[in-house]
Every structure is written in structure tokens, then in C-alpha cells.
Design a protein around this ligand. Structure first.
Ligand SMILES: Nc1ncnc2c1ncn2[C@@H]1O[C@H](COP(=O)(O)OP(=O)(O)OP(=O)(O)O)[C@@H](O)[C@H]1O
Length: 232
């Protein structure tokens, strides 16, 4: 899966957003899209998923039906309960909707089971950000697709929820699925087998291992490297 020489400009915008975006997704690692606010990460996800059509370039990605795209603003009524969401997702996957909470879960982790039991009867509007993100991602990643795009899945979540979300993402990679996430928390990438794609000022400025990227910037602090990379 790859993008070559993508050019994209929003109709209303004065300037081109992507002047030459090329990258390749790694099939066996978590692909991580990184870049400053406004660099175009969400726009790139929209292009990959087929929601937006670039004005030029070559995109080699699965068709829309084979992509699961979890945007930052997945909207479900805050009045719905956890169980309503879980049953709904099963039904759209043409699978039977069980009334047993643990039937919805693949993990054997006792704390996660406990969390699911708590969220089962809780309204979505009353869940914390981390609880809601974990529940959504846990369930949505059970839908079979070739490519999964997760826009900032760990923003606003505590280290435990973040670990749980990365476990879900790692399971996808282990199942030979291609995954792309975006994040601003670069420290979380240090212990991850990831393929970093760095978008800045309309181009991909780096693609590869995070350790090599840190070496290039002569630092072991990813936030410092980010600061240096975006000041160019
Ligand atoms: N519909 C639109 N019309 C015009 N400009 C837009 C539109 N949507 C987004 N933009 C602009 O495109 C640029 C990229 O936005 P995008 O949301 O893709 O960035 P991002 O990298 O995901 O940002 P963040 O890290 O803040 O989430 C921004 O300058 C934004 O204002």
C-alpha cells in the first residue's frame, strides 16, 4: 500500500496542502503518522480512505469497503449505553448480538473484563474519554478489514488505557492487518515496533524507524527531535 506524489488542495484554501506526498505503509509494523497541528494528518486519512480525492498522484490502497477508519469524532448518542454500541457493531457485521458482555471480548485480561462489565450498562455520555476510546476501538477492530486507520486513538487517555489501545493495535498487526495511527505523543513510540511517517509543510520529510530519526537529530528526546524537525 502506497501513495506517490499526491497533490491535494482544499477548494476554499489559498495554498496547496500536499505538494508532493509519497510514502509506503509497512505491512508488519504499526505505521504512525506524525506531524504538527494542521500538517494534514486527518486530510491524509481522508484521502487514503477515499473520502477525499487528491488532484494528482497515485494511491494504492484497498477500496473503501476494505478500510476501517476511526475518526476522532465517532458520533454515537451520549444516551446510548455501552451494550447498545456493542450490539450495534455486531449487527452491522451481520453477527449475532449476544446479551452476555464477555462474548464481545477477545482479551483474557481480568482488568479489561471488569472494565467491560462496568461500561456495559453505562451511558456513552458518562464514560471517560479513555473508557470510551478503548470500548470503541476494542469493538471496531473486531470488524474484518484489510486496512485500519485510527486518527489519534490515544489522545486524552491515561497510560493504562493507552497500553490497552496499543494491545488492540498490536493484535491487528499480528493478524496481518495493515494499521496506520496518528499521534502527538511521540514518547509512546519509543517502545513500539513502528514505521514512522513524518508529514510537514506539504511533504513526507521522514519515513522509517524512530531510532534513526532521533539519531538524525542527535537527541534521544522525541519531543526535541520534533521541535528541530518542524523548525526547518
Ligand atoms: N474542509 C476544509 N476546507 C479548507 N481547509 C481545511 C478543511 N479541512 C481542513 N482544512 C485545513 O487543512 C489543514 C490540515 O488540516 P488537518 O485537520 O488535516 O490537519 P492535522 O494534521 O490532522 O491537524 P491536528 O494535528 O491539529 O489534528 C489545516 O490548515 C486545516 O485548517
Amino acid at each position: 500500500m502506497k501513495a506517490e506524489q499526491i497533490i491535494y488542495k482544499y477548494k476554499q484554501a489559498k495554498k496547496v496542502l500536499f505538494e508532493d506526498v509519497s510514502f509506503r505503509l509497512h505491512p508488519d509494523k504499526i505505521n504512525v503518522l506524525v506531524g504538527p497541528n494542521g500538517a494534514g494528518k486527518t486530510t491524509l486519512f481522508d484521502c487514503i480512505s477515499g473520502i477525499l480525492r487528491p488532484q494528482a498522484g497515485n494511491m494504492v490502497f484497498p477500496r473503501m469497503d476494505d478500510i476501517l477508519y476511526v475518526t476522532q469524532s465517532v458520533f454515537f448518542s451520549p444516551e446510548l449505553k455501552g451494550k447498545d454500541f456493542l450490539k450495534f457493531i455486531k449487527r452491522i457485521g451481520n453477527q449475532p448480538a449476544s446479551s452476555q458482555p464477555l462474548d464481545y471480548m477477545k482479551s483474557e485480561d481480568e482488568r479489561e473484563k471488569e472494565l467491560l462489565l462496568k461500561l456495559w450498562d453505562l451511558k456513552i455520555g458518562k464514560m471517560s474519554v479513555g473508557e470510551r476510546k478503548w470500548l470503541f476501538i476494542m469493538m471496531l477492530t473486531q470488524i474484518e478489514r484489510e486496512l485500519y486507520l485510527l486518527d489519534e486513538p490515544t489522545s486524552g487517555v491515561d497510560p493504562t488505557s493507552r497500553k490497552r489501545i496499543f494491545n488492540l493495535v498490536n493484535h491487528l498487526v499480528a493478524r496481518k492487518k495493515t494499521v496506520v495511527i496518528s499521534t502527538h505523543q511521540l514518547n509512546e513510540l519509543l517502545h513500539l515496533d513502528c514505521h514512522m511517517i513524518f508529514l510537514h509543510k506539504g511533504k513526507i520529510r521522514y519515513e522509517g524507524n524512530i531510532d534513526k530519526w532521533l539519531e538524525m537529530h542527535d537527541t534521544d528526546d522525541p519531543d526535541h527531535a520534533f521541535d528541530l524537525a518542524t523548525s526547518l
